[in-house]
Write a protein that binds this ligand. Sequence first.
Ligand code: NAP
Length: 246
Amino acid sequence: MLEGKAALVTGAGRGIGRAIALTLARYGADVAVNYSGSREQAEKTVEEIREMGRNAVAIQADVSKADDCERMFQEAAQQLGSVDILVNNAGITRDNLAVRMSEEEFDQVIQTNLKGSFLCMRLAGKRMMKKRYGRIVNISSITGVHGNAGQINYCAAKAGVIGMTKSLAKELAGRSITVNAVAPGYIDTEMTAVLPQKVKDAILAQIPQKRMGTPEDVAETVAFLASDKASYITGQTILVDGGMGI
Ligand code: NAP
């Protein structure tokens, strides 16, 4: 499904990003595995992709920094030939009630989750426009659609990602480039592992399927949107949430 394509996945050493990188590779793509601090995990992901017979490279970069993003795209294109697929997955949380939230907590989440996605989309867009082909998939969140107490910074960033997805989809649609978002619900990763049991139980009670999602649930949707099977879908946000958002 993705043979001959080169993908760059941000935050792909662990969690959802790792599952996306492995899934894209399983469908035939070569993959640049970006990481910020998780070097060993990123290298392990690269090893697993190479074992599948695909090309892969681990690239350290902080997506909130423009220079890092520039270097990351150059390295990815050098190592893999091009970047046909961008998956903006890197993300952080700094949860707090709005009245207690510091400016730093607000800014950090906006810088990584919103600005980081913009910086990568800008770089990918330029390259893809020249090639007249591309797939961009942004990882938003159900909380960006519905809001969530204690996450005003995160929800602002994730709602912003949906706005950017629609805007860029309109800008690039004429060049066979699609831009879509995937909004996961409650997925079993380190990000959610830290939640208190009481909160976990309350979230589970809101999910019609009565289970957490897996990183692979998200990854399969990303792979579909990254493929030519989804060539007439752009500007959309697909919730992968076991029915939580119904
Ligand atoms: P996670 O396990 O905490 O992983 C976060 C990933 O983001 C890590 O690979 C991390 O890389 C990377 N990252 C963080 N800051 C970065 C930066 N400045 N530059 C580059 N990479 C950076 O989280 P996850 O659950 O897999 O989440 C992945 C995405 O899904 C995020 O955008 C998150 O908001 C979204 N999401 C998750 C859920 C959920 O329930 N888990 C629900 C909705 C949306 P390093 O380890 O190398 O720092």
